[in-house]
Each structure stands twice: as structure tokens, then as C-alpha cells.
Write a protein that binds this ligand. Structure first.
Ligand code: C2E
Ligand code: MG
Ligand code: MG
Length: 658
């Protein structure tokens, strides 16, 4: 199977070349064609037999599988050797006409094939006698009497072969930017040599159909096996190795393109709920849809599991828009047995040459972009080196974090606490624990950024253990000082895939004699999309323990109503991007108000994060928001500053009352 023709930017040159070959062929072969009518008038039966065999080969099953070699050329060569250029060109033209009709090729191809063949025939005609003069004596010594019979005809073959190879090679390079496969060159040479025998075979010429048919059949079977290895049997799309080969072919010739890596979101759920057979049908339907909506020149592949890829040739400037379209294609529900299934998926984009020079790097970068999109709850992400959690810089940061966590008494890692205030009463109802890491060389590391990197490594487990250790121990110390506080702990996507976090938390609460109601876990919606079933099991376990759950950064992820309804949540935290904008932007204000109403209707607390000023705080109060967290009340502060801060705040409130 050949890939669709990609633009090489040399189309003008290609068609100019085709025209030049046509003109040259007419000019060079015209003198030889003059005698053709007279020849046809008295053509021997052997000629008609050879012509009929050529046409039969062009029309029938004598095709050499994936290698586009026409065995009819063997009879064309025989016609040349027996009757000269004119009759040979005629046989070739008839065979090309039949092959063109059968393969529905464009007429210019027929003209080009006839033209190049005519030029090659003239070359063979001239080269044969020339070679006989130059090398004949040597051949006579080597071959003896046989040379007199075979040398002349055999010497014509290299002439034909060389001119044909050059003409075809240039056309292929201009059209596809690629070289001719070696198999094709070899097969053409073999068929031409067979022509020498056919020329001497007389009425036994049809016997040559037997080896031609056998070779053709073997080639076709090899082609089928090749296709089978290249294609994914479930969807009929290219498989991963074939896609890598397509990418490699383009990087070799420096053609611009983009690779889109698509991964379905809810496939595992369909598989476990409806069975593997339904899962297979879903994948086949998605594959069909991607193929049907592919743009001209695009190649669609299935890489395995629920991962697909699209290779899009040409300039990559609007790859982001194409990715959004592909995400839209995935977002359309798939109907299986009358049941609409909402799959959707994330798309990662890597562009050549900006994002990698070889297939492995490009596919890996597209995959990183795809995971980046998933973790942020977006449908699309273009590769950014920032998102590469495996870059050397990031790996060294993770190694440093592991080292810092290994020392339980070290002072590099600490937790700061930010108060949360009840909007009705103004009382501090809790604090959120926020990680602070002062790197010995880099200084303070941005926690949001750090979590995004750590989430992809096993260090996350250690970090989550440390948060739980430190925060629960701190709650115990505050309790000993007579202050019973509630702390919110952020947990990552990874933490929720096993119940380990719940078990460890239960252990620490018992150890420090802290109530489960004094701890709340903040989770993000991204976490829920990775493996909803396992995540739900952990959340149920935490709920049973009496630990409240809060849905963090609400409004930025999938914001599925399902989450609010099905999860054992106590509160939603409205993302600070909406809260910060609500004073100046009516849209943000409307979003914040609707989230508050929605939370109220479902019996959940609404907490606004990122409240920086009084105006925002008042708007939240009139909208019925329950609690606020932000710089307006207090920045995250070290644990030992919290009690003095609370005392100062209580004193200030008392002064305001008196
Ligand atoms: P988050 O859980 O949404 O935390 C709230 C973020 O908003 C914190 O950023 C906080 O410092 C910041 N913030 C609070 N009030 C204001 C305000 O009025 N204005 C503005 N502009 N920002 C405000 P921070 O500390 O940089 O943490 C970023 C994120 O890192 C957190 O977002 C959380 O997702 C993650 N994170 C922090 N600590 C931990 C941790 O111990 N474990 C895990 N898994 N994630 C953590
Ligand atoms: Mg949080
Ligand atoms: Mg948040």
C-alpha cells in the first residue's frame, strides 16, 4: 500500500518534466514510427501473439503485488528484439492504455509511461549494436557460440533499463521526494531479461505466463502479509511501526508536518461496563470516524489500546486549530446498539521540525503534550518543553525533592497555612496547608509547578506522606495549645489511585489523637478523569473515615455535574481565576454566582479562593458564598505564625465590637 502523495513543493517542475519527456519521446521515436502502418499490414502472427500477451498482462492478474512493475514490459522487449522500435512502442502503448483504464490512473500517467518507454526502447535499440561492437569479442571468448545468439539481445537490456530507471527516478523524486524502492528496480530488470527469452520462444511465448503468474502471486501474498503487519487488524488503520516509518520518511526529506496523538478518556469504563467486544466496536467506530474526517494527505493510525495518531502534512502553523477539530471529532458520542456513548479524548501535538528531529522524539513529545492536556483537564495541548516531565532539568529537580523528603528533620520543606474565613460570621473556620520548598540552589520552588512534575514520578507518594505527617502532627500541636483547627490537605491525582493515602491518614490521625473532622482533603477534577472507578473507591474510604472532601479549582477542569452528584463531597472551591476577575468581568461574576447556586442546591459549601480585596469579598457575601480564602484575609504563613495571627485577629475583632 502506497501512502498518499505528499506535496514536495516541486509540482510545477514535475509536470514540466512530464511534458519534456513526452516531447522528447515523440521527437526521438517519430522516425521509427513511420514504417509502422506498413508493418501492421503484413505483421506476422507471432507479433499479434506477443501483443495479445502484453495486453493480457496489463489487464489481468500478473501484477507484482505492492511493487508497481508491469510484466507486459517483457513482451515489449521481445517485440523490440524481433520487429524493431515502432511495433514495440505500439505494444507498449496498448498495454499502458489497458493498465491505465484498469487502475483508473490519470491520463498524464499513461502519456508519461508511453513516452519514457519509447525513449528506453530507442536507447535499447542503439545500445545493443554498440555493445556488440565493444564487448562482442570478449563475449565470444567467454560464451563461445552462444554469444552469437544471445549477446546482442542481452546487451539491449541495460540500455532500456538505464534510461527507464533514470526517467522514472527523476519523476519519483519530483513527485514524492523519494527514491525508487530497490525491489522495483530489481523486478524490472528481471522481467526485461525474460523478454530476451520470449523473443526467441516463438509460439511457446505464452509459456512465460506461468512463471510470471507464479512470481506475481508470491509478490501479492508478500504484499498482503506486509499490509497485515502494517495495519491494525481491528480498525484497518496503520499500526505504530507503519506510522513511525511514515514519520521517518518525512523527516528524511525535511517535509513539514504535525503529529497529533489522541487518547480516549472513558474507554476503560466502556470496556469494563459493556465488555471487550463493545470496546472493540467502539475503537473501530472511532477509527472509522477519524479516517472519514481526515483531510487530504493525512494519515490516521492506531497506536494501540485507545491511542490513535494523525499525521498531518504541510505547514504546521494552525496545528492547534486542527487539534481542536480532532478533539471535536472525538467528543461526538458514538452510538453502540442504539446507546450513545460519550467517549471524548485529549489531543497532544508535536510539530516537525520544531519539536523533534526523529520519529521517536516526535511521538514521545506528542504523548507528553497529550498527558499534559489530560492532567490540566484540557482537550488539546501543543508540546511545550515545559510540559516535559522527563527533561534533564526536571529529573534533577525530582531527585533533589526525593533527597529533601528523605530527611524528616530538614528545613528545606515546610507547610504554610492559609486561613479560610466564614463569610457570615467572619470566623476562621480552617486553614489550607500549602507546600513550600526552598531549594538550596534554586531558592523557593513554585508549588503548583512542582506538583505537576512530581505527579509523574514515584516521589509524589513520599510527598503526600510528608504532607499528611506534618499537617496532622501540627494539628495535634495546636490542639495541645488549646486551639482546635481544621486543615485542608491537597492531594494529587496519583494519591487517589490506591487507598494507601486513606490508610496512612487514618494511622496518623489515631497516632496524634486528631479527629477525622479536623482534616479535609482537596482533590481536583483532573484526578477523577484518570481512573474514575479506583478514585471513587479511595474517596468512599475517606468518606467512611469521616474525612470531608473538597473539589478544588472548580470550573477549570471537566466540571462535570456527575462529579458533584456522585462524589461524597462537602464543598467546592471556586477557582481563583474566576474569583479574581469577578469585580471587573460580568462573565466571571455570572460563573461564580452560578457555582455558588449549584453548590447550594446540592447541599455543598461554596468556598472562594484567591479573594484579594474587600470589593470581591462583599460581592461574594451578597452572592451567598459560604467561605473565602485569600490575601484579603491572610497570606499562607508558617505554622508558628498562625496562632499569633489568630490572636491579633481576635483582638482586632473585639476592638471593633467595643
Ligand atoms: P490550590 O490548592 O488551589 O491552592 C491555592 C493557591 O492559591 C495557593 O498557591 C495559594 O498560595 C494561592 N493563593 C491564595 N490566596 C491567593 C490570593 O488571594 N491571590 C492569589 N493570586 N493567589 C492566592 P500555591 O501555594 O502556589 O499552590 C499552588 C498549588 O499547588 C495549589 O493550588 C495546589 O494545587 C498545589 N499544592 C500546594 N501544596 C500542595 C501539597 O502539599 N500537595 C499537593 N498535592 N499539592 C499542593
Ligand atoms: Mg487547594
Ligand atoms: Mg485551588
Amino acid at each position: 500500500m502506497r501512502s498518499p502523495i505528499q506535496s514536495t513543493g516541486r509540482e510545477g517542475a514535475f509536470f514540466g518534466y512530464v511534458a519534456a519527456v513526452g516531447v522528447a519521446a515523440v521527437t526521438v521515436s517519430a522516425p521509427y514510427l513511420a514504417d509502422l502502418p506498413a508493418f501492421l499490414h503484413r505483421a506476422p502472427a507471432g507479433f499479434w501473439l506477443v501483443a495479445a500477451l502484453a495486453v493480457l498482462c496489463a489487464a489481468g492478474p500478473f501484477e507484482f503485488g505492492a511493487v508497481p512493475v508491469f510484466p507486459s514490459v517483457c513482451f515489449v522487449m521481445a517485440a523490440l528484439l524481433n520487429w524493431g522500435i515502432g511495433p514495440a512502442v505500439l505494444v507498449q502503448a496498448a498495454a499502458v492504455a489497458v493498465a491505465t483504464a484498469r487502475l483508473a490512473r490519470r491520463p498524464y500517467r499513461a502519456a508519461f509511461d508511453t513516452g519514457r518507454c519509447a525513449l528506453a526502447l530507442v536507447a535499447a535499440h542503439l545500445f545493443g549494436p554498440l555493445a556488440a561492437v565493444l564487448f562482442g569479442p570478449l563475449a565470444a571468448v567467454l560464451l563461445g557460440p552462444l554469444a552469437a545468439v544471445l549477446f546482442g539481445p542481452l546487451a539491449a537490456v541495460p540500455g532500456y533499463f538505464a534510461v527507464d530507471a533514470v526517467l522514472l527516478g527523476v519523476a519519483g523524486w519530483l513527485r514524492r521526494g523519494s527514491r525508487r524502492p530497490a525491489d522495483e528496480v530489481l523486478a524490472t530488470g528481471a522481467v526485461l531479461l525474460l523478454g530476451v527469452l520470449v523473443a526467441r520462444a516463438g509460439y511457446l511465448a505464452p509459456l512465460v505466463l506461468v512463471p510470471l503468474y507464479a512470481v506475481g502471486r508470491m509478490a501479492r501474498l508478500a504484499g498482503q502479509r506486509d499490509r497485515y503487519l502494517r495495519l491494525d487488524p481491528l480498525t484497518g488503520l496503520l499500526g505504530r511501526p507503519a506510522l513511525a516509518a511514515e514519520v521517518a520518511a518525512r523527516t528524511r526529506t525535511h517535509q513539514r508536518f504535525a503529529v497529533f496523538l489522541l487518547d480516549l478518556d472513558r474507554f476503560r469504563r466502556v470496556n469494563s461496563a459493556l465488555g471487550h467486544e463493545a470496546g472493540d466496536r467502539l475503537l473501530a467506530a472511532v477509527g472509522r470516524r477519524l479516517r472519514d474526517t481526515a483531510l487530504p494527505g493525512e494519515i490516521v493510525a492506531r497506536l494501540g489500546g485507545d491511542e490513535f495518531a494523525v499525521l498531518s502534512p504541510g505547514p504546521t502553523g494552525d496545528a492547534g486549530r486542527r487539534a481542536a477539530r480532532l478533539a471535536g471529532v472525538l467528543a461526538e458520542p458514538v452510538v453502540l446498539d442504539g446507546l450513545p456513548l460519550d467517549v471524548s479524548g485529549a489531543v497532544g501535538v508535536a510539530r516537525y521540525p520544531q519539536h523533534g528531529a526523529d520519529p521517536a522524539t516526535l511521538l514521545r513529545h506528542a504523548e507528553i503534550a497529550m498527558y499534559d492536556a489530560k492532567s490540566r483537564g484540557d482537550a488539546v495541548a501543543v508540546y511545550a518543553p515545559d510540559a516535559d516531565h522527563h527533561s534533564p532539568d526536571r529529573l534533577s529537580l525530582i531527585a533533589d525533592l526525593r533527597r529533601a523528603l528523605a530527611d524528616p528533620d530538614g528545613d528545606e520543606i515546610a507547610f504554610h497555612y492559609q486561613p479560610q474565613v466564614d463569610i457570615d460570621s467572619g470566623a476562621v473556620i480552617g486553614v489550607e496547608a500549602l507546600l513550600r520548598w526552598r531549594h538550596p540552589r534554586r531558592g523557593p520552588v513554585d508549588p503548583g509547578e512542582l506538583i505537576r512534575i512530581a505527579e509523574y514520578s514515584s516521589v509524589m507518594r513520599l510527598l503526600s506522606r510528608r504532607v499528611i505527617d506534618d499537617v496532622v502532627a501540627q494539628l495535634g500541636r495546636w490542639a495541645s495549645a488549646g486551639v482546635r483547627l481544621r486543615a485542608s490537605i491537597n492531594v494529587s491525582v496519583r494519591d487517589l489511585l490506591t487507598t494507601e493515602v486513606a490508610d496512612w491518614l487514618a494511622d496518623r490521625l489515631r497516632y496524634h489523637d486528631v479527629g477525622a473532622d479536623q482534616v479535609q482533603l482537596e482533590i481536583t477534577e483532573g484526578a477523577l478523569m484518570v481512573d474514575p472507578r479506583r478514585v471513587l473507591a479511595t474517596l468512599r474510604r475517606l468518606d467512611a473515615l469521616g474525612v470531608a472532601l473538597s473539589l478544588d479549582d472548580f470550573g477549570t477542569g471537566y466540571s462535570s455535574m456527575q462529579h458533584l452528584r456522585r462524589l461524597p463531597l462537602a464543598e467546592v472551591k471556586i477557582d481563583r481565576s474566576f474569583v479574581a476577575g469577578m469585580v471587573g468581568d460580568p462573565d466571571d461574576e455570572a460563573i461564580v454566582r452560578s457555582i455558588i447556586e449549584l453548590a447550594g442546591a446540592l447541599g455543598l459549601r461554596a468556598v472562594a479562593e484567591g479573594v484579594e480585596d474587600e470589593c470581591t469579598y462583599r460581592m461574594l457575601a451578597t452572592s451567598g458564598c459560604h467561605a473565602a480564602q485569600g490575601w484579603y484575609h491572610g497570606r499562607p504563613m508558617p505554622a508558628d505564625e498562625l496562632l499569633p495571627w489568630l490572636s491579633r485577629r481576635a483582638a482586632g475583632a473585639a476592638r471593633a465590637v467595643s
